[in-house]
Design a protein around this ligand. Structure first.
Ligand SMILES: [Zn+2]
Length: 351
């Protein structure tokens, strides 16, 4: 039987694909996948996220929100904070290793680091890293004193957001409290998180690694993260529009078609299989099918529009893609109401 030490050392580095920034991008990828899944996790029931008129009602709404939402909100904050912490520490480490480690009790190692002598990985691992708050404070002070490259100015510019992110993460991590409400999470990530992510991923070593963290490109040519950021700049931002965009981004992560032309043959086989399966769908368990159309995310003819009937009134209510898992609901509004006429067809009607 292997010892605990043997088991714990039986690993491989996450740095095979793009470089040493990979572990930061893994966290960013997990955070974004979690964030854009929040609409799916509340089963599209946007009315449950409306602010209540009194504390009792609010407590009931918070309590009744789906547990999948809490998990996604937790993952969003914890992994986004981890990504941000690594970005800040990377900026410091490029100046000097000593700016990110507590080395004062490790005298020989300290001497090696000061002298710039090589330190092997096992020795380096014995050093504790400074915590996120110290790293942020240090980076901002050094930027203020013009001691760090100006390409890191975005760290100081986003300082309030990063401090709040650290605080939210600590409350979740150490005390397990305070899951942001659905709309607050939209504002926090959309208005503050996405601009930080955009700035951080525009510079070395993260630039050009979009495949590692971004949703795949949408067939309708809308950039969901960009549009969420733009929408959240407005005080009158639309919860429905952001829900529509998040659900498209979530499905884009699930899109089975590959973006590289190298996979065109594979893509064609997958497309044929999915479209043949959809064409054979009869009246499904979700109700009667109004039509099957092209999906705005994966582009396959696999988006099934469902209709229902209530008090003599027929209406469409769900658009579900059998290719990429997209699930749009009528409460997210018709595309034309969000300014996407000509890019995405209309799905919802009642008569
Ligand atoms: Zn699709």
């Amino acid at each position: 039987m292997r010892t605990l030490d043997e088991i714990a050392s039986d690993g491989f580095p996450v740095t095979g694909l793009h470089g040493p920034q990979d572990h930061a991008l893994v966290s960013l990828d997990v955070a974004l996948r979690a964030y854009v899944s929040t609409t799916y996790e509340i089963h599209g029931k946007l009315h449950l996220t409306e602010p209540a008129s009194n504390a009792d009602e609010q407590n009931a709404r918070d309590f009744n929100l789906f547990s999948g939402y809490s998990r996604a909100a937790f993952e969003t904050i914890v992994h986004l904070q981890h990504f941000a912490e690594l970005v800040v520490k990377d900026a410091l480490r490029r100046e000097h290793d000593l700016l990110v480690v507590l080395a004062s009790q490790h005298h020989v190692l300290l001497h090696k680091l000061i002298k710039g002598e090589p330190v092997d990985a096992a020795d380096y691992e014995r050093l504790h890293a400074v915590d996120a708050a110290v790293a942020l404070e240090r980076a901002c002070k050094l930027l203020g004193a013009c001691k760090l490259d100006t390409k890191y100015d975005f760290i100081a510019a986003n300082r309030s957001f990063l401090e709040k992110l650290n605080a939210l993460r600590n409350r979740l991590w150490h005390r397990g409290t305070l899951v942001l409400r659905y709309r607050a999470l939209d504002e926090f990530v959309g208005r503050y998180g996405l601009p930080f992510i955009k700035a951080a991923t525009a510079i070395d070593p993260y630039a050009g690694c979009e495949l590692a963290w971004k949703p795949k490109a949408l067939s309708c040519a809308i950039d969901p993260l960009e549009e969420i950021e733009v929408e959240l700049r407005s005080a009158n931002w639309s919860v429905a529009k952001v829900a529509f965009l998040k659900e498209m981004a979530r499905a884009a992560y699930q899109n089975p078609l590959e973006e590289s032309p190298w996979f065109e043959h594979d893509n064609e086989s997958k497309r044929k299989l999915v479209e043949a399966t959809v064409a054979e769908l009869g009246t499904a368990e979700l109700g009667s099918i109004e039509r099957i159309t092209s999906c705005p995310v994966c582009g396959m003819d696999a988006l099934v529009i469902y209709e229902d009937m209530d008090d003599g009134c027929a209406y469409t209510w769900l658009a579900k893609c059998e290719g990429c898992t997209l699930e749009l609901r009528s409460s997210y509004g018709n595309p034309s109401t969000h300014g996407w006429a000509g890019k995405i067809e209309e799905y919802w009607w009642e008569r």
